[in-house]
Design a protein around this ligand. Structure first.
Ligand code: 5GP
Ligand code: MG
Ligand code: MG
Length: 189
């Protein structure tokens, strides 16, 4: 199993250059949308998958801002989640009255984000926007309800493959790939 990392990949869907171009575009849009806001937005990354996207994104946003992390556990394994996530790492910061931008690697059924949005709403946030690098709209099971005047930012629509890289794992591997791809079938085990 110890061949080079790249040799595990069947095909690349987005290269590192394509990813970074798109991240810069989203960051410009967020900068525009939030520059008139009375206080700095709070970027909340959903661990672990969003860690690279969060890091690249906030470096490109030309505004004062805060960063925090949250973790939602859904007790599925492999390539399927079971649709009932719970919060396993809560925010460090007080989010009451804040404009929160939830940063996710990929939206699939929408269960994880819906759960997190409810959690933030209960804490009295002013708005919740979503910034998801990938979206699989064809797989949605629950409607994602934004809070206040929150917006939905997305990088790319993802075809119905289980993808890895740019923070996303299979069995906790492949998060360090700087691009997004699909594994060779022999490695989905
Ligand atoms: P949802 O709750 O929307 O069904 O799933 C969201 C989470 O499932 C994502 O944050 C991600 O961790 C995981 N997920 C969904 N689709 C994929 C995929 O294609 N690849 C990987 N690596 N994780 C995925
Ligand atoms: Mg995630
Ligand atoms: Mg995962």
């Amino acid at each position: 199993m110890s061949m080079s990392l790249d040799s595990h990949i069947e095909k690349v869907l987005w290269t590192q250059d394509q990813i970074l171009d798109r991240v810069a575009q989203i960051a410009s849009q967020i900068t525009l949308d939030f520059k008139a806001a009375p206080d700095p937005p709070l970027f909340v990354g959903v661990a672990t998958g969003a860690f690279l996207f969060l890091a690249d994104l906030v470096k490109k946003v030309q505004l004062p801002l805060s960063v925090d992390l949250v973790r939602a556990q859904s007790y599925g394994s492999g390539t399927l989640s079971n649709g009932a996530p719970s919060i396993s790492l809560d925010l460090k910061l007080d989010v009451k009255g804040k404009h929160v931008i939830l940063v996710e690697d990929i939206v699939d059924t929408g269960c994880t984000l819906s759960c997190l949005i409810e959690h933030l709403e209960a804490k009295g946030v002013s708005s919740v926007s979503i910034c998801a690098f990938l979206d699989k709209p064809m797989r949605r099971k629950v409607h994602i309800k934004l809070v206040g005047d929150g917006k939905f930012y997305k990088g790319f629509e993802c075809p119905d493959y289980f993808v890895v890289g740019y923070g996303m794992d299979f069995a906790e591997l492949y998060r360090n790939l700087p691009y997004i791809g699909v594994l060779k079938s022999e490695f989905y085990k």
